[in-house]
Design a binder for this molecule. Structure first.
Ligand code: C2E
Ligand code: CA
Ligand code: CA
Ligand code: CA
Length: 275
């Protein structure tokens, strides 16, 4: 039994080592990738739920790894956060999104995801102000998507960061709404412009009555609080029709389009403008 235990321990140790190795090599890759510019932004359109016309797009980062191929953000954003690399990466995302969205018709917005690590940086508003000045992108066309993780610090600090950003003319969206804890109280404490209804509810709507009720409740909540609502992860016509019928303002999901490269979204938007 003793031997058996030690053997198992050795196997556990070996797999731990393998995992630490894999992590280290990914971290090294990540540092190199920033220098070699292996990142790209894909864009997923957001449409007006009533008219079906484009409102803008959300920027989603992709890593074109020379050996691993297209790496999903879920596989490297957490590592970038732990290693602090998210600072440079996040700045690159903001600058690139503002530059690429300049090519779009003037009424369209670009939404950028912000990591809680970036949100905690005292220089955030100054950094963004500089990027807007350098690129010439109008603040009014930039939206920042933040998650609950950004709101967990000191409330006064969070409020002052949000006010600073909004004073620049930037709009703030509460991402993944309905997941996590006490999200409801965040809506009364912080000045959001938009609520993004989490995909998990959208996916089960309308066949799951509880999810459908939650989508309806969030759409009503947004309307009464003066916040726009966006349903993300819309994949079917049935979902789209139901959600639009609940008074939700915007739709985003594979039904409309998967995230596409910068040149493709520019073409899509250009073709949608009557000329
Ligand atoms: P998110 O911000 O909630 O983004 C929505 C995710 O849902 C994206 O995954 C998008 O491709 C996917 N999606 C959109 N429509 C559908 C649909 O109809 N069905 C399904 N099944 N999925 C859909 P993606 O691009 O893999 O990004 C995952 C997460 O990584 C994002 O979740 C966001 O939290 C993070 N992320 C992506 N880009 C950035 C970035 O530039 N900075 C930061 N900090 N995080 C990012
Ligand atoms: Ca998002
Ligand atoms: Ca989301
Ligand atoms: Ca509405």
């Amino acid at each position: 039994a003793k031997e058996d235990g030690r053997g198992r321990y050795r196997m556990f140790e070996a797999s731990m080592n393998a995992r630490i190795q894999a992590r280290r090599s990914l971290e090294l890759d990540l540092r190199r990738a920033i220098a070699r510019q292996e990142f790209a932004l894909y864009y997923q359109p957001q449409v007006d739920a009533r008219t079906g016309t484009y409102d803008g797009a959300e920027a989603l980062i992709r890593w074109r790894h020379p050996e691993r191929g297209l790496v999903s953000p879920a596989d490297f954003i957490p590592l970038a956060e732990e290693t602090g690399l998210i600072g440079i990466l996040g700045e690159w995302v903001l600058r690139t999104a503002c530059t690429e969205a300049l090519a779009w018709p003037e009424h369209l917005t670009v939404a950028v995801n912000l990591s809680p690590v970036q949100f905690r940086d005292a220089r955030l508003a100054a950094t963004i102000r500089n990027i807007l000045a350098e690129t010439g992108f109008p603040a009014a066309r930039l939206e920042l998507e933040i998650t609950e993780g950004s709101l967990l610090q000191d409330e006064q600090r969070t409020l002052s960061i949000l006010r600073e950003l909004r004073a620049l003319g930037i709009r703030i969206s509460m991402d993944d709404f309905g997941t996590g804890y006490s999200s409801l109280s965040y809506l009364s404490r912080f000045p959001f412009d938009k609520i993004k209804i989490d995909q998990s509810f959208v996916r089960r709507t309308p066949h799951d009555k509880d999810s459908a009720a939650i989508v309806r409740a969030i759409a009503m909540l947004g309307a009464s609080l003066g916040m726009k609502t966006t349903a993300e992860g819309v994949e079917t016509d049935v979902q789209s029709n139901f959600i639009a019928g609940q008074g939700c303002d915007q739709l985003q999901g594979y039904l409309i389009s998967r995230p596409v490269p910068a040149d493709a979204i520019a073409d899509l938007f250009a073709a949608s403008v009557p000329r």
